[in-house]
Write a protein that binds this ligand. Structure first.
Ligand code: NAD
Length: 499
């Protein structure tokens, strides 16, 4: 069995804590590797080394840092298939979807090539007599990224790209469930010219995370994962005086108006509801058709499509629509929630509970489920299931539908399908959710916009990637200077306007 290591000072380093976590092949249910879980001492050591390396990196001019990004783009493209294969083998998602995972991370690295432009400051000439004023953006020092299992390439790249391009050193604490791809990315960045120590990949669980949160050298923490952990990290990180942004769970509603193109809406729901086995924070898990006529028309189209879904291992090729979920515990939790749906009175229209795949009986596969007549009090509506389970909640009117989405505690993404511009515009303006699709089911913003949810899906002021990331990973310093120095004003005791 493979034993994975940390990545410290540009090399693979074995863990010393004596604690490990199993890494599964979700398609077979077998343990394929074990990953070390760092102790506080190991984390503190990695942070101290990163702080040393950051001094020179932070002083490196932005164009040179951008060249590392540029080289990394070429190398990630070179290794795309290798990365995607490893990603599929640990996560379970299909090969094509795994390449998309790498690709959407890569796009943020491409954006970071613009660091020299993005980091340019502001300048006011002659703010007063002989006085000029300028603001510059400086790196924070050592920052940390704590990332979830469901995008093991994309989200680490969203964290490391902007953090490093801004001149910080980063401690990346990836998910212990699929930790290999972040290690491969660290190797790629070394090959691209990143100095040793500037990116440390330290594996671990709560102990490692707490060590990050309590380490005074760590200036900022960017987290992505479930909401309870997001809230915990936000509270503890802020209490320790750090800059923190935490992105949490989701329950994304897609509203289908009676005038929508029903075939288009059904196709969108299939991809957004069941793609990646529903293990996406932007997955659509709630369909809200407006009116019974719309609901029936949608249901008629959805059922045959869901029954035709091909569930299988990534090795079966392009024919597979989605793969297993990440662990046995994830599978158990999904099936437990499905039972609550049945018990609480929802109609289980497509029942995937007995799904089994010949030859892969021990894999973590979950068949597709469709519930109809779900109500807003049910657990399957209120909780994030993170599996291939779509719930239909019938709304009487557009106002009912938008009200439902607005009342839900999560606010990551949402979509409306309609041909009516007035409705679409009203929805986009009124909804209290961070990312909105109009006839687009998964509205993930591109690298040069920012990504982030509202309500219990996001904690902190700034979003991920795009211009916000360059703000999050830098702090502003403003300099007021007087030249020539010969101008004499005498002692000034009061604030006054500059003449
Ligand atoms: P998770 O919260 O279990 O784990 C996320 C990270 O936190 C991992 O690195 C993990 O090691 C660490 N962690 C776990 N338990 C911890 C604890 N008790 N104390 C400290 N750290 C801990 O999330 P996950 O299961 O890996 O990922 C799925 C979740 O992430 C879903 O809720 C999904 O919606 C969310 N997610 C959100 C976004 C977003 O941008 N909003 C994106 C992707 C995933």
């Amino acid at each position: 069995m493979e034993e994975l290591s940390h990545w410290i000072d540009g090399a693979r380093v074995a863990g010393t804590s004596g604690r490990f976590a199993d890494v599964y092949n979700p398609a077979t249910g077998e343990v394929q590797a074990r990953v070390p879980l760092a102790s506080q001492a190991e984390m503190d050591d990695a942070v101290a080394r990163a702080a040393k390396a950051q001094l020179a990196w932070g002083a490196t001019n932005p164009q040179k840092r951008a060249r590392v990004m540029m080289a990394a783009v070429g190398l990630i493209n070179r290794d795309m298939d290798k990365l995607a294969e490893k990603l599929s083998s640990e996560h379970g998602k299909t090969f094509v979807d795994a390449k998309g995972d790498v690709q959407r991370g890569l796009e943020v690295i491409e954006y970071c090539i613009g660091a020299p432009q993005l980091l340019k400051g502001e300048y006011t000439d002659s703010a007063g007599p002989g006085i000029d004023m300028y603001s510059m953006r400086q790196p924070l020092g050592v920052v940390a990224g704590i990332t979830p299992f469901n995008f093991p390439a994309m989200i680490p790249l969203w964290k490391m790209g902007p953090a490093l391009a801004c001149g910080n050193a980063m401690i990346l604490k990836p998910s212990e469930r699929d930790p290999s791809v972040p290690l491969m990315l660290a190797e790629i960045f070394k090959e691209a010219g990143l100095p040793d120590g500037v990116l440390q990949v330290v594996h671990g669980d709560k102990d490692a995370v707490d060590a990050i949160l309590d380490n005074d050298t760590v200036q900022a923490v960017g987290f992505v994962g479930s909401t309870p952990i997001a809230q915990y990290i936000y509270a503890r990180g802020c209490a320790n005086g750090k800059r923190v942004q935490c992105f949490g769970g989701a329950k994304n509603h897609m509203i289908i108006m009676p005038d929508a193109d029903m075939d288009q809406a059904a196709d969108a729901l299939i991809g957004a509801g069941y793609g990646a086995a529903g293990e996406r924070c932007m997955a659509v898990s709630v369909a809200v058709p407006v009116g019974d006529g719309t609901a029936d028309a949608l249901r008629d189209r959805l059922v045959p499509k869901i029954e035709a879904l091909k569930v299988g291992p990534w090795t079966a090729g392009d024919d597979v629509d989605y793969g297993p979920v990440v662990t046995a515990a994830a599978k158990d939790n999904i099936l437990r929630l499905v039972e609550t749906g049945v018990d609480q009175g929802a109609e289980l229209v497509v029942d995937g509970r007995d799904f089994s795949l010949q030859g892969y009986e021990n894999g973590f596969f979950v068949g597709p489920h469709l519930f109809d007549h779900v109500t807003t009090e049910m657990d399957i509506y209120r909780q994030e299931i993170f599996g291939p389970v779509l719930s239909m909640v019938r709304a009487n009117s557009y106002d009912d539908a938008i009200g439902m989405a607005m009342d839900h505690e999560y606010g990551n993404g949402t979509a409306i399908f309609t041909r009516d511009g007035d409705t679409a515009r009203d929805f986009a303006h009124r909804i209290n959710i961070g990312m909105v699709g109009i006839n687009v089911p998964i509205p993930v913003p591109l690298a040069y916009h920012t990504f982030g949810g509202w309500k219990k899906s996001g904690f902190g002021d700034l979003n991920q990637h795009g211009p916000d990331a360059f703000k999050f990973y830098t702090r502003t310093k403003t300099v007021t200077s007087r030249w020539p120095s010969g101008i004499k004003e005498g002692a000034a005791f009061n604030f006054k306007a500059m003449d």
